[in-house]
Design a protein around this ligand. Structure first.
Ligand SMILES: *Cc1c(COP(=O)(O)O)cnc(C)c1O
Length: 387
């Protein structure tokens, strides 16, 4: 089976992990700060805070921005559930902004309209979490210009997008946001096995995220509220979590950073080949905004239904039968049973729901070879020609 995505692990990656296993520190050693520094340097942000997953990073980012009971957070429905769950972990309410039918990213006009309505009803969100779907940055400057005057803070969920750029700047520079989150799950652009990172240019946000990452505990005398009892002294000053990344994972992540540009280059090459090979077929190709240079975590096409019959489903089944692991990203978050239980209804975000009925993710990863590529494209052609 050709998977839709797959990690690439080199001998050097393996060696770096083994080296940690032979060292003194399996966790809280020197490699997490080094991995943080490497990512911060790459994306041009001042601070980076690693954690054990992007989900944890989203959670501590919300906490650092003060999200709590009574607050509202907005994200898009076309994302992995973690982008929305993080707000609920903080006791806040979540709501969604519909997407653009061509880029599959947050629709700026839908955001503008929803902000207008929310202002009227006094229900503005505290935080907006735009998601850079498939690796393509949202239109961050326009989003920032709408949110900033209203005091709305921004967390970019860039789980798909490390190595991408927006207006010539690396995703993660945080020029138009407070915090940006990356994921290092094995299907993503680079991996640490599991892992996430939050980057920011705001020192106090970084400090706060570090605190929430590690139980809310500080060993910094300047943060103590009492006189230390002795050299062993530390204080818990917030309710935090154990969201730490281990040095084993950081070693892998750090080693993978060296390949980031190459991985993204390969993905972009494959994406261009898909765009070329599928041109003219009755499918909608993923439109790229001229300000964004995607890292192509995913290559998603839309397969419109024919006479009420889902051609997407037919393609999905036929391709799986032929050993091509196409996938669908995403089931709209608000359609999951849990989200329906807390009050969301089908029909609330129609652009995203229509998109979901047609979306199909084709395999894309650095090691996808030209024979596999031909098989995938042939499969798409064959099924579509039956009509
Ligand atoms: C993968 C992903 C996450 C969660 O990442 P983990 O590292 O697995 O916790 C969050 N948001 C989006 C958009 C993702 O794709």
């Amino acid at each position: 089976m050709i998977p839709y995505s797959r990690q690439h692990i080199s001998q050097k990656d393996i060696d770096s992990v083994v080296e940690v296993l032979r060292s003194n520190f399996l966790t809280q050693g020197p490699l997490v700060p080094r991995f943080e520094e490497a990512v911060a340097n790459f994306v041009g942000a001042h601070f980076a805070v690693a954690s054990n997953s992007a989900t944890s990073s989203l959670h501590i980012a919300c906490l650092a921005l003060g999200v709590s009971r009574g607050d509202i957070v907005w994200t898009v429905p076309n994302t992995f559930v973690a982008s929305a769950n993080c707000a609920l972990y903080c006791g806040a309410q979540i709501d969604f902004v519909d997407i653009d039918p061509r880029t599959f990213n947050l629709s700026v006009s839908a955001l503008e309209k929803k902000l207008h309505e929310a202002k009227q009803s006094g229900k503005l969100p505290k935080v907006l979490i735009p998601v850079h779907f498939a690796g393509q940055s949202c239109e961050m400057e326009r989003i920032y210009n709408l949110c900033n005057p209203l005091g709305i803070r921004i967390i970019e969920d860039a789980s798909h997008a490390i190595g991408g750029t927006y207006k010539e700047l690396p995703v993660g520079s945080c020029q138009f946001s407070d915090i940006t989150i990356f994921s290092f799950h094995p299907v993503k652009i680079i991996t640490s096995g599991e892992g996430g990172m939050a980057v920011t240019n705001d020192n106090s946000l970084a400090e706060s995220m570090r605190l929430f990452r590690c139980h809310g505990i500080t060993k910094d005398e300047n943060s103590f509220t009492r006189a230390p009892h002795g050299g062993w002294y530390f204080e818990q000053i917030e309710l935090g979590y154990n969201y730490r990344m281990t040095d084993i994972l950081a070693a892998l992540g750090l080693s993978q950073m060296e390949k980031l540009a190459e991985f993204v280059g390969k993905r972009q090459e494959i994406a261009m080949q898909y765009t070329e090979a599928l041109k003219g077929l009755p499918v909608v190709l993923p439109e790229q905004h001229h300000d964004s240079n995607s890292s192509y975590h995913l290559y998603v096409i839309r397969v419109p239904s024919v006479e009420g019959r889902s051609l997407r489903n037919r393609l999905y089944e036929a391709m799986h039968k032929n050993g091509v692991g196409v996938n669908v990203h995403y089931i709209p978050v608000h359609l999951h049973p849990f989200y329906q239980r807390i009050g969301f209804k089908k029909g609330q975000f129609p652009v995203c729901e229509d998109y979901y009925d047609e979306a199909l993710t084709l395999p894309i990863f650095p090691e996808l070879n030209s024979d596999q590529f031909k098989v995938i494209v042939e499969n798409v052609r064959q099924v579509l020609d039956l009509n």
